[in-house]
Write a protein that binds this ligand. Structure first.
Ligand SMILES: C[S@@+](CC[C@H](N)C(=O)[O-])C[C@H]1O[C@@H](n2cnc3c(N)ncnc32)[C@H](O)[C@@H]1O
Length: 264
């Protein structure tokens, strides 16, 4: 059998998984990844509380990575199922949270859960790297109970305004001048896979909103992730605080209609 073509989605997905797996060890060292302060945790708690309410729920953490969103969910007493397709990432999440959450190795674009299994789902920094976002959103809609909510936190990591480009250059210059460590590894692989992503031209809030609507979600409103970013900046060294301001970040909260049919 001949090898799959490089643009084949299966191959790309395997490459994406290998990339994240290689980043697992140092992932938490970058600012904007691990929760670095009590104030940041509190900002997450406000964001999640405002989005999902204060009652403990069955929540799916999609692409949990090293388990930092899981940490925020558990601190609010939610019953968490945390899924990622990288065993290396999951290993770190399990080491942090043990049996406090259910961990699942799996593909967020093809879930094995039954329909209507969760009250809510959350995902940070996954959508931009998906190979088939339409399939993924369809799956997330399917596994939510009618009335369930989805919180997507993401950003545009491709396009920068002139101001953001300037800020990024300055932050990077300052980091180099200070000799600070760079935790982004393997820039070549990163460049190779990102130019084949579905969102290779960048993900916008508007695009995400359109796709959520097409998947059946309603009541789509912005959620205040910037409060979290502000706390990340407060805890970060100056060069990282500056670089955290160099990309467009956003969060959208959406709802599965309460009268949506559930097929079993
Ligand atoms: C940027 S990291 C974000 C991790 C975590 N959500 C956070 O915000 O700290 C992206 C994560 O998505 C996971 N991932 C990417 N595509 C996936 C897929 N199709 N199914 C499951 N996990 C996926 C990667 O393994 C990685 O852990």
């Amino acid at each position: 059998m001949s090898a799959p073509a490089p643009h084949d989605n299966f191959t790309l997905k395997e490459e994406i998984r290998a990339y994240w797996s290689a980043r697992a060890e140092s992932f938490d060292l970058s600012f904007g990844h691990a929760i670095k302060s009590d104030r940041e945790l509190k900002a997450f708690q406000r964001l999640i509380g405002d989005s999902f309410g204060l009652e403990p729920l069955d929540v799916l953490d999609l692409a949990c990575g090293t388990g930092e969103i899981t940490r925020a969910l558990l601190s609010l007493k939610h019953r968490v199922t945390a899924l990622d397709f990288s065993e290396a990432m999951l290993e770190r999440a399990r080491a942090k949270h043990g049996k406090a959450a259910r961990f699942r190795l799996g593909d967020a674009e093809h879930l094995l859960d039954e329909d209507a299994s969760y009250d809510a789902a959350i995902t940070r920094h996954l959508v931009w790297t998906l190979t088939d976002p339409e399939a993924a959103l369809g799956e997330w809609f399917r596994v939510l109970r009618p009335g369930g909510r989805l919180l997507v936190i993401d950003g545009d990591w491709v396009n920068r305004t002139r101001w953001q480009a300037l800020v990024n250059r300055f932050g990077t210059w300052l980091r180099e001048k200070r000799g600070a460590a760079v935790h982004q590894i393997d820039a070549d692989t990163h460049a190779s896979i990102t130019k084949r992503f579905y969102f290779k031209d960048g993900l916008s809030r508007r695009q995400l909103e359109t796709m959520l609507t097409a998947a059946g979600f309603t009541d789509i409103v912005p959620a205040d992730y910037i409060q979290v970013v502000r706390e990340q900046q407060r805890a970060a060294p100056l060069h990282d605080a500056i670089r955290l301001a160099s990309s467009t970040r956003f969060a959208l909260l959406a709802r599965k209609p309460a009268d949506a049919a559930v097929s079993r």
